[in-house]
Design a protein around this ligand. Structure first.
Ligand code: PMP
Length: 428
């Protein structure tokens, strides 16, 4: 069958077998069959540059990770009530990348589970239930976490134990200027804490992505979160850093997003890149927080940190080290950022990011009106020219460039040339 026909057949099967309303990317969804490094191939044999997918962190189908998974699967895989060194070796190595007191972890299977646990840890620790997050974020899809993520109104309406505060935005700083931005963010949190205390729920946790990835990865100075942290500490709350997107060296200069901004969290959650595509995620915290969580809830996870998952996650750390991929993210990121900044177009309002996490924001006019239509057209045009990237930000008006950590300068040149020519194609 020709490719249009096979796409139509797959879409029809998806609808029949997986149910209606499943999301896909692009007007004509991409049907991928193979990947290697930062490249992927579709069913027609077209090669596309993957500049978006943060799951294959060290590169698609990395042989070292595949080998580790295969070797362990050929030896043993079982649930996590038996003793096995794999999970311990991993926890040892992973916690060594963090501050000394963040020294114990729970391994799970998805970022959603990790955040669900983190929020319940905060509740166990404080004895209170109120949660504060930012207003345009996504933290996952369990019942608890979806109250923070939902763009749709939950059935039964919004719960009053979740408060959302305005997220930072470097082009539209809170309070009106760079000088007021950090304090205004903290003031939003203080008001939310006051409301939670007044309603009787009390305040347990502030959860945020320290890179604010879903909010468009605004450029923020180190220390930006200090006033916010002060407000949370004064109220006895817990700080949760969701590292699902910026973690594992993605931003090039720091292994963790919280380090990058100078945040000292109580709990750190992680997922997506951790197993290079194998479903493994984690929660790192001080041991007494883990103890209190288990006392309050009990906890068992059949698959979390099983021998195969641990092997995948260990192999990702091996490859990051052996191939100097954090340094590569920094060097190639700086190189790409510099080229992005040289692209001249009247609607580019900002170019930002770090390492293998870059963004370009488009606006329609000097009043900085976001341009979702233009950005959506650009995303399609890029796909048609062989580059996969996508939109981000409050109005989906910025592009997110987030390739695997092995992205190189030749690929960056291809991205930039493609972007420059695609921008000429779309009416401004
Ligand atoms: N946190 C953040 C910041 C995310 O971006 C996501 C996924 N997009 C999640 C949590 C949820 O992770 P998962 O899909 O593995 O449950």
């Amino acid at each position: 069958p020709d490719s249009a026909q096979s796409t139509a057949t797959i879409l029809a099967r998806r609808e029949r077998l997986l149910g209606p309303n499943m999301t896909t990317f692009y007007d004509t969804p991409v049907h991928l069959v193979r990947g290697e490094g930062a490249w992927v191939w579709d069913a027609d044999g077209n090669r596309l540059l993957d500049c978006y997918n943060n799951v294959p962190h060290v590169g698609h189908a990395h042989p070292k990770v595949v080998e580790a998974i295969t070797k362990q699967a050929l030896t043993l895989n079982t649930h996590t009530r038996y003793l096995h060194e794999g999970i311990l070796d991993y926890a040892d190595r992973l916690t060594a990348t963090m501050r000394h007191d963040l020294s114990a972890m729970i391994m799970v299977c998805t970022g959603s589970e990790a955040n669900d646990i983190a929020l319940r840890m905060a509740r166990a620790l404080t004895g209170k239930t109120g949660i504060i997050g930012t207003d345009n974020t996504y933290h996952g899809n369990t019942d608890l976490v979806s109250h923070l993520s939902a763009k749709k109104t939950p059935i039964g309406g919004h719960v009053d134990w979740v408060k959302k505060v305005p997220a930072p935005d470097n082009l539209r700083p809170l309070g009106g200027s760079d000088d007021t931005h950090a304090q205004a963010f903290a003031d939003g949190i203080q008001s939310a804490i006051d409301e939670l205390e007044a309603s009787g729920h009390g305040f347990s946790a502030l959860i945020l992505d320290p890179f604010f990835a879903n909010e468009g990865c605004p450029t923020l100075p180190k220390g930006f979160l200090e006033p916010a942290v002060e407000v949370v500490r004064r109220a006895g709350g817990v700080i949760i850093a969701d590292e699902v997107q910026p973690g594992f060296g993605r931003t090039g200069y720091d292994f963790w997003g919280h380090e990058r901004i100078g945040l000292v969290p109580d709990i750190v959650t992680m997922g997506k890149p951790m197993g290079n595509g194998h479903p493994v995620a984690g929660v790192v915290a001080r041991p007494e927080i883990l103890a209190q969580f288990r006392n309050a809830f009990g906890y068992f996870n059949t698959f979390g940190g099983n021998p195969v998952s641990a092997a995948a996650a260990n192999a990702v750390l091996d490859v990051l080290e052996e191939e100097d991929l954090v340094e590569n993210a920094r060097d190639t990121g700086d190189y790409t950022l510099n080229l992005l900044r040289q692209i001249d177009h009247p609607m580019i309002a900002d170019v930002r990011g770090s390492g293998m996490f870059l963004g370009m924001e488009f606006v329609a006019d000097p009043a900085l009106t976001p341009t979702a239509d233009f950005t959506a057209q650009l995303v399609e045009e890029m796909r048609n020219r062989g580059v996969l990237l996508h939109s981000m930000g409050r109005e989906y008006h910025a592009i997110k460039i987030r390739p695997p950590m092995c992205f190189n300068r030749t690929q960056a040149d291809f991205l930039i040339d493609t972007l420059a020519s695609a921008l000429k194609e779309i009416p401004a």
